[in-house]
Design a protein around this ligand. Structure first.
Ligand code: F0G
Length: 460
């Protein structure tokens, strides 16, 4: 293990001022937001750890890149720069830009999934699963069991359980499995990586069963960091080399470039198969835009191309994950129950253990996120039963084993002092956890309910 400090390989050139609020102001704000942190106004938030998506700080080079935007409707220079960058760093030959990750998921699901198909994946992601379902498919979780256990210290909790894949083939037949979706640094598992050894096994399984391997590469550079640190034979490989190797083992990729690649908006669908590319070009013009800009402005494609280059830099990624680990280790030392090992993009609080008095039907993670905001002005996100939604067939709440609050760290945005303020606030609310009440729905949207649902405290 390197003992080098994780200190940032950049200095600050511009700052954005943020507002401190009083408890009275926060009380009014969270009530008005129906105890849902998605519905808070950003102005009422002090430290925003809702997500790492689209909230990273761009570099001076990326900002300069914006000025070189070629806003031609067709054949923008920036498209070709982006396409070549995707091939150079991620290996994929073809690429259509989309407005963000779910735009790519939509197009891919529509092309590859038929009614009655099954799509295995290493845990679900909310929008990914919904697009699979809207296309007539059923998601099947094939992640290893350890991923559902917040206490397991397995170094690669994002790994796929090949036996679960075989069992699925046995049950439904490989003909009904168009692809497996493998995410790097699995978000819902707590930002947990998959090993290269496991990706190679999945590749072999796909070849045996004639199933495509789709890569949700939203956080591939962070996954590469853990491979470098934990997997035999990779300590001397660069992040760039590891990222390339991961991508080379897969057929297709969906990317939300709002994370790893540090842009405020954008994504793409990439692949090596020219026929699939032709189909993607056919759909991107319907839902996103012409195939040489998809859902993006020329300037945004330029910022993305530069962001990809920066995202695979070893010093960058060490500082990025180092900051997340710093926060996680502080909480761990204070005895706060968190998902172990500490993930790549966030620290996940285990709401079940922090609020044992609140049954899962009363949304402990949602209640904890609201309480943290009230205490400190820090915004976090529920990743538990509210996010899991209802079963497509029975209509019952899906009760996930993981009932978590995500403290998501935006890239290159906050300082070590902000991490200390966050740790102190979490420690304070945990000490007074018995006072936190459960919640019940006031309004429950039909799809992706966590975004817009509102709640009321349950008064005993
Ligand atoms: N896949 C993963 C693993 C994601 O984390 C996300 C977004 C998407 C796909 C969809 O991409 O938002 O660009 O359409 N995750 C965000 C989050 C929203 O906060 O975790 P998108």
């Amino acid at each position: 293990m390197s003992t080098r400090s994780w200190a940032e390989p950049y200095k600050i050139k511009a700052v954005e001022l943020i507002r401190m609020t009083t408890r009275e102001q926060r009380e009014a704000a969270i009530r008005e937001a129906g105890y849902n942190t998605f519905l808070l106004r950003s102005e009422d938030v002090y430290i925003d750890l809702l997500t790492d998506s689209g909230v990273g700080a761009m570099s001076d080079r990326q900002w300069a890149g914006l000025m070189t935007g070629d806003e031609a409707y067709a054949g923008s220079r920036n498209f070709y720069h982006l396409r070549d960058t995707v091939e150079k760093y991620y290996s994929y030959k073809y690429m259509v830009p989309t407005h963000q990750g779910r735009g790519a998921e939509h197009i891919l699901s529509q092309i590859l999934i038929s009614d009655g198909d099954y799509i295995p994946g290493n845990m679900y992601f909310t929008t990914t699963r919904l697009h699979q379902e809207l296309a007539g498919g059923t998601f099947v979780d094939v992640i290893i069991d350890e991923a559902h256990d917040p206490l397991s210290e397995h170094p690669f909790k994002g790994n796929v359980d090949i036996e679960k894949l075989d069992a699925l083939v046995e049950k439904v037949g490989a003909d009904h499995i168009p692809y497996i979706c493998v995410a790097t640094c699995v978000n819902m598992a707590g930002g947990q990586p998959i090993s290269l050894a496991n990706i190679r096994e999945v590749r072999a399984w796909c070849d045996r069963n004639n199933v495509l391997l789709v890569h949700d590469m939203t956080r591939v550079a962070e996954n590469a960091y853990f491979i470098q640190k934990r997997e035999d034979g990779y300590a001397d490989k660069s992040i760039q080399e590891i990222v390339f190797e991961i991508c080379s083992l897969t057929d297709v990729a969906t990317m939300s470039s709002k994370k790893d690649a540090m842009v405020n908006i954008g994504g793409f669908l990439a692949m090596n198969d020219p026929d699939l590319y032709e189909k993607a070009c056919g759909l991107v013009v319907v839902y996103e835009g012409l195939h040489t800009y998809g859902g993006m402005a020329g300037r945004d494609m330029e910022a993305l191309a530069i962001g990809i280059t920066e995202s695979v830099d070893d010093d960058h990624i060490h500082a990025r994950v180092g900051q997340v680990e710093y926060l996680g280790e502080r909480l761990e030392r204070a005895g706060i129950p968190i998902v172990k090992p500490i993930g790549g993009h966030a620290v996940f609080l285990d709401a079940r253990r922090i609020l044992p008095h609140i049954p899962q039907e009363q949304f402990p993670a949602q209640a904890l996120a609201a309480a943290l905001y009230l205490e400190s002005g820090i915004r976090s996100m529920e990743r538990g039963v509210v996010s899991a939604g209802r079963d497509k067939v029975s209509g019952e709440n899906i009760m996930p084993k993981l009932e978590l609050v995500r403290l998501t760290i935006p890239r290159r945005v906050y300082t070590q002092a902000h991490m200390d303020v966050t740790a102190d606030a979490v420690i304070r609310i945990t000490e007074n956890a018995a006072q936190i009440q459960g919640l019940r729905f006031v309004y429950e949207p039909k799809v992706l309910r966590f975004f817009q649902a509102t709640f009321d405290p349950v008064i005993d």
